[in-house]
Write a protein that binds this ligand. Structure first.
Ligand SMILES: [Zn+2]
Ligand SMILES: [Zn+2]
Length: 345
């Protein structure tokens, strides 16, 4: 089968013919119908992700059709499925409590196992997967990827965002855009922050009440002014000190900060304004992924038209286009994400 292989950090992925994967006993082999390209892939491509070594195959935002099923698999040949990026064990106390994103025994195709930048991908533990709704195209389902699911869990599973509350979103890449759309669907009032004028205009067109340029604006002051005292919930989507601190400082007293961006490399030990946390009596939430049992709640919003995720997928590309998308994450990117839908191109 055709696959894109990481041969060296920051080098274009090599398009190679490799063996088709064996079918796991407790899972399936999917023919990949679509796979999103994400900033997390970029972290792997640059060498910032500890588990990604040369020889790895990236791609963690996939949906596909079952072509082989193991004896203990839940799904069968022909089923069209969406996968969460975390394949949890299903057995441990965290999984049993419904908190599978904190499972200590996770398999993550694209990071800890061969990923879906290929014609086929092996997916063990298929109890983590859900059926692809008929109303959702594979490209959109893959576009949900880790971004819409993560934003859904961040806002509803962690920060408990309420209708009428002010939500600030720092960074309008895939996650930030998802947070804007979900916030709007939940009845929150949303302010977005970015440094790319095109993205700010895009967000305004999607219902943001204000779009602030961090290059020219004192973000915490502007948000406190717009919201009459600060946002109730603020989401940071980049993993950087300047945006994390702007997020914390833009909150009203008792506000909730959600750290969605992954701080890597030199940002892993960033300085945070803990005095603002203390004085504002703020809550800080970390979040990563979404337990797969929460898919039905998210998919029902999409299927009934309350949440339109079509603005998230900006372009469909071939497998040979992934390298350029990864390199583009070095700088500010245009709105929307790329999804691979042609694995022979
Ligand atoms: Zn577990
Ligand atoms: Zn992702």
């Amino acid at each position: 089968m055709r696959a894109a292989i990481l041969t060296a950090y920051r080098a274009p992925l090599a398009l190679e013919q490799v063996a088709e994967p064996d079918c796991p006993a407790d899972g399936v082999v999917l023919q990949v119908l679509a796979c999103g390209v994400c900033r997390s892939d970029w972290h792997g491509w640059t060498g910032e992700h500890a588990r990604v070594k040369p020889g790895a195959r990236l791609g963690h935002e996939y949906c596909g059709q079952v072509i082989a099923a193991g004896p203990q698999a839940r799904f069968g040949v022909g089923d069209r499925l969406i996968a969460p990026f975390i394949l949890a064990c299903g057995q441990c106390p965290s999984c049993q409590a419904g908190q599978s994103t904190t499972c200590a025994d996770q398999i993550i195709p694209g990071f800890t196992a061969p990923g879906a930048f290929a014609e086929y991908v092996a997916v063990p533990r298929d109890r983590n997967l859900v059926r692809l709704p008929a109303s959702l195209t594979p490209a959109l389902a893959a576009g949900l990827g880790c971004r819409v699911t993560t934003a859904w869990q961040a806002l509803t599973g962690r920060a408990a965002l309420q209708a009428g509350e002010w939500l600030a979103v720092h960074g309008t890449g895939g996650i930030g855009l998802s947070a804007l759309l979900i916030g709007r669907a939940l009845g929150a009032r949303v302010i977005v922050v970015d440094v790319v004028a095109e993205k700010l205009a895009h967000a305004l067109g999607l219902g943001a009440e204000a779009a602030l340029d961090a290059r020219t604006t004192d973000i915490p002051a502007a948000i406190r002014d717009l919201t009459g005292g600060g946002a109730h919930v603020s989401l940071e989507a980049l993993g950087r000190p300047e945006t994390t601190n702007a997020s914390i400082r833009c909150l009203r007293p008792l506000g909730r900060h959600v750290q969605v961006g992954m701080p890597t490399g030199r940002h892993a030990q960033m300085q945070v304004d803990m005095l603002a946390v203390y004085i504002g009596q703020l809550a800080l939430y970390g979040t990563r992924g979404m337990p797969s049992w929460r898919y039905p709640s998210l998919l029902s919003l999409i299927e009934t038209g309350r949440l339109d995720v079509t603005p998230i997928v900006a372009r469909e590309i071939g497998l040979s286009g992934v390298s350029a998308e990864l390199a583009a994450f070095d700088g500010p990117t245009p709105p929307g994400v790329a999804v691979v839908t042609d694995f022979l191109a």
